[in-house]
Design a binder for this molecule. Sequence first.
Ligand code: HAM
Length: 421
Amino acid sequence: MSGAFQAPRGIPDYFPPNSADFRKVRDTLTDAARRAGYGHIELPIFEDTALFARGVGESTDVVSKEMYTFNDRGDRSVTLRPEGTAGVVRAVIQHGLDRGQLPVKVCYAGPFFRYEKPQTGRYRQLQQVGVEAIGVDDPALDAEVVAVADEGYKRLGLSGYRLEITSLGDDASRPRYREALQDFLFKLDLDEATRKRAEINPLRVLDDKRPEIKEATANAPLLIDYLSDEAKAHFDLVLANLDRLGVAYEINPRLVRGLDYYTKTTFEFVHDGLGAQSGIGGGGRYDGLMRQLGAKQDLSGIGFGIGVDRTMLALEAEGVAGTQAARCQVFGVPLGADAKAELVGVAGALRAAGLSVDLAYGDRGLKGAMKAADRSGARLALVLGENELAERQVEVKDLSNGEQHRISLDDVVVEVTRLLG
Ligand code: HAM
């Protein structure tokens, strides 16, 4: 066996230079949330298995096939979080956040884990930025959540995506629809497993990707035609608010999300340049989840999760990836041991003054060191040889136009700061 290790299958690494895009996506999306008043929340990477089983739903693929579940040393069953909403709701209940100002508005970013078959855009460790707004059932809030995601994508420079939206109705809409859908499904010639699904959670059958099932269910009744008056009014107001916010959408009554907690508004952002894994983000309202997870009062909630990995792929597909973040502003090129000793101190002083500084390490010659300076993206190179050092001077080269001149080593912080404007 070879001695070299590999990251586990389906688990991506993020390293320079592409990691600059990773940070840009994550930070742009979280900034959009912050501008709408969402505070940062940092939650455990693993939780009690039952939290996800109950929160996300036993019949979902996420829970039944994709969870990283194991017993810890105390023989408790724990699971690497497959998504963020259940954990947020757990934290809101545990810390009584719902007794404070409502809605509780929080934003998170980090890794989630699903044991899916890896392919481009589908990983076993995936990164999401998400928001949740809990405690107020107001269609204007649904529209805000959708608009925050849309604003994030736009700020990243994406344009080739669309927003699909529908309503999955409320408690009053669902029983009637469930009955109609089951009547329809039970008339079909379904295999045993699918039939069982139709019994437990008929909506999920509409999410089946197999062509024969898709074809057989093409004319299935649609939930949107069975909405209660209240759910219909809610949905109409969400759409009116999206119009007001300038967010374009398409109503897709066949939209089915992979998680069980959704009620009323549900949505997905789809990018056309990504092939099979086209969902770059999605979310919706989850009015029964608080109660489901043990809260005394049943507060409603709404949120989204955006896939950072797929958003990076979307940027690439649109040719707007490749963030050219300079690694530093100043690059030191020492020629000789004394010059290096001096520049080490200069670098420390410049960093303390708030500048970003790197040095050519490893005693490279002038040519190699200048190449490294160019590659670093720095504006200025500080070239220090024995002669300059003897005169307490250093050569400053502006890498953007090639201009160079000498400055005093004793004024280097002031001079360099001035040159960088
Ligand atoms: P989700 O649709 O399961 O929703 O995931 C959100 C996004 O995460 C997807 O649209 C996709 O971009 C990304 N994603 C999911 N699985 C993978 C994967 N295996 N590889 C790469 N990217 C992936 C949720 O997780 C909900 N918690 C969202 C939400 C928040 N709903 C309400 N609040």
